[in-house]
Design a protein around this ligand. Sequence first.
Ligand SMILES: [Zn+2]
Length: 124
Amino acid sequence: MCDRTGTETLENLYCLRCNRELESGQKSVAVYLFAQTVGVRPRQKSSAQRICFCAQCAVSLGMGPPPEGALNVAAWQMIRDVVGADPALTEAAWEDLRGVAATLPENDAEGTPRPTGTNGYLEF
Ligand SMILES: [Zn+2]
């Protein structure tokens, strides 16, 4: 049912977590969300929402602890799936972090958190 041939609208997209503007072609994660009724006729279906996370936030979320709320947990698990499946996304996130780290004092390096990728439930 999805058309992936590049017909997406060219609206400006912002990371839901950090509000960074996502440029066209930038590595990011999009979560598509819609609701539909089950067992009700005629079936009702909401419009689809597209929620975006920049690579850094997606990796940070995916490597982090589960959030509060069943719906948030469901989204978190989906993000973990795609983050774990695509090293390019993690690399993009680290490139972002290196850019940030370059502006920090050298003696702060030991406090830098590192994603381990071994502390959980990544399944492929
Ligand atoms: Zn972000």
